[in-house]
Design a protein around this ligand. Structure first.
Ligand code: LUO
Ligand code: ZN
Length: 527
């Protein structure tokens, strides 16, 4: 019986295989599997010298050592990670089309096979088709996926390069950062007008009118106008470098980006003046509040703790599922301060540094909403006889103030707050789409098929925002008019929106019922 020899590479290693022309395709595949040390359910892909995928069968034409085929193994599953995600690497544009086609043709074959045997297509095949279609849409439009894997080590012993690619993530590009820094340096010589400095202290401040370099200047202004630059001997160029490092370490995600950092800092700044916090807190506490607000979401990936934990990302692993994101934000904040040229703490005393570090860690970790009720209850318990001399009472107050600033969008004018809700829901929907694709649990308030703006806000305002703000009002009644009233107005706005939505649905149901009744009557008349 004639035998054939084919030459190929696997993982860059030269191999050759000999087989008989009456061998079956599977036997030939097993030979290739053995050469690639792949297991039985891995997918094999053979490319000819032109880079085209070719079928593995005994009809495979013989070749020579210098026209080798290239064999690739696609691990079907690895750490529960579906193989199509393994395929996505920096040659995404060339490969993923093949992977999706691979998937679609396999489903086609499966559909035919099942139809022939059972005379029908079971729903599961239809669902699989839908999922692959959805995946194609997601991947074709995706620009956040590669970030997803930045904290997910998926190499797990396969020959495939990890699919994420650090240049292709939600990180800002070098030229984008340089352009922002150039404009920032240019305008940093300009004095901010008194009118803008006044406006900057108001909860009505509208961030949508300002670009990133301008917001960096306004953050600098906050340190100047709170006398923190002088009190902590911060050299101006160090402050500039620190603000620029902060800017670079916020990512291009829909909600938890540099604008959110600015908004939380601006709300903290506004509360400082509205309540006159400097009359009850010392400079170190004021510094902790503003600096924690600026640092509190550093390097946020746009996927929350539940995702990090369920998807077993590197962050969840590193922080043992304990507030992985907030721990990471805090780590990045102090990693930046390790660099002398942007260390705004480099001239503070050892004891001030210790207080500042302790205060920032406590405040940033307190922004984990999973700790919301625990922190609020602790604060309420000390509220009864709050002692501004007690360090424990004051540190609870600082945590509450940062939490208030962090989730306070709804106390802003509707045309400032509503776009923020859209950004938030966009980020939540990106996450829940990905969770559906990966078969991970999906939180109802993130599911695009379940959430409406009004439904998400009514519950949130009633059960998270108002209880928090009303607790703070016990200590500082001055926040009633400028902070709490606008939130009540927002609650009314979303309640009315919800009622209108329900009316619509009711009308829709009634119209459908009338149509049905008419059809029934018509059919009765015809029979
Ligand atoms: C609360 C929160 C957590 C993570 C990320 C963003 C937010 N924020 C908001 N959530 N920040 C501001 C807002 C806001 O105005 N609305 C909402 N609304 C919905 C989506 C919601 O219910 N969020 C929510 C509620 C509780 C929770 O953990 C207990 C996490 C998110
Ligand atoms: Zn935040």
């Amino acid at each position: 019986m004639a035998t054939k020899v084919v030459y190929f590479t696997v993982d860059g290693k030269p191999e050759q295989a000999e087989f008989r022309s009456d061998d079956t395709a599977d036997e030939l595949k097993d030979t290739f599997r053995a050469a690639a040390e792949a297991n039985s359910d891995d997918i094999l892909k053979l490319y000819n010298t032109k880079g085209n995928l070719i079928n593995i069968s005994p009809k495979l034409p013989e070749n020579t050592p210098d026209t080798r085929y290239k064999l690739e193994v696609v691990a079907l599953h690895c750490n529960g990670f579906p193989y199509y995600m393994m395929q996505i690497d920096n040659v995404l544009a060339t490969q993923f089309g093949v992977v999706i086609k691979d998937l679609e043709s396999r489903i086609e074959m499966l559909e035919k096979k099942v139809f022939v045997e059972n005379g029908e297509i079971p729903p599961v095949v239809g669902e699989l088709k839908h999922k692959v279609e959805h995946l194609r849409e997601k991947l074709e439009g995706v620009d956040h996926l590669s970030w997803l894997g930045l904290f997910k080590d998926i190499s797990c012993g396969t020959s495939l390069k990890p699919f994420w690619d650090k240049t292709q993530s939600i990180k800002k590009t070098e030229e984008h950062n340089r352009m922002v820094f150039e404009k920032f340096k240019k305008i940093s010589q300009v004095q901010v007008t008194d009118e803008v400095r006044e406006y900057l202290r108001k909860p009505t401040f509208d961030n949508w009118q300002w670009d990133d370099p301008e917001m960096i200047i306004l953050l600098r202004q906050m340190y100047i106008d709170l006398d923190l630059v002088s009190k902590f001997n911060i050299e101006m160029n160090v402050l500039h470098q620190w603000l620029y490092e902060i800017y670079k370490n916020y990512n291009q995600v829909p909600f938890h980006n540099f604008k959110h950092c600015f908004m939380v800092a601006q709300m903290m700044y506004g509360l400082t003046w509205l309540i006159d916090l400097r009359s009850v807190l010392d400079d170190v506490d004021i510094f902790i509040l503003l600096t924690s607000a600026i640092c509190h979401d550093l390097d946020h990936p746009g996927y929350n703790n539940a995702y990090q934990i369920n998807a077993k990302t590197e962050l969840a692993l590193r922080y043992n599922d304990i507030s992985p994101l907030e721990n990471h934000h805090c780590f990045v904040a102090f990693e930046i301060l390790q660099k002398s040229h942007c260390n705004i703490l480099r001239n503070v005393s050892k004891e001030d540094y210790k207080r500042i570090r302790e205060g920032m860690i406590r405040c940033i970790l307190a922004t984990d909403m999973a700790k919301h009720n625990e922190i609020l209850n602790n604060f309420k318990s000390v509220m009864k006889n709050f002692d501004f001399k007690s360090q424990e009472h004051k540190s609870l107050l600082l945590m509450i103030l940062l939490k208030v600033a962090d989730i306070s969008n709804e106390c802003r004018p509707m045309d400032v707050a509503e776009p923020w809700l859209e950004c938030l829901l966009q980020e939540f929907f990106n996450q829940s789409d990905m969770e559906k694709l990966e078969g991970l649990p999906v939180a109802p308030f993130m599911d695009r098929d379940k959430v409406t703006k009004s439904s998400s806000q009514i519950g949130f305002i009633k059960f998270a925002l108002l209880p928090l703000f009303e607790a703070l009002r016990e200590l500082f009644p001055v926040i009633e008019k400028d902070i709490i009233q606008p939130v009540r107005a927002a609650l009314e706005y979303y309640t009315d929106m919800q009622k209108a939505l329900e009316e619509e649905k009711k009308k829709g149901r009634e119209a459908a019922k009338q149509r049905m009744d008419k059809d029934v009557i018509k059919s009765k008349i015809q029979t």
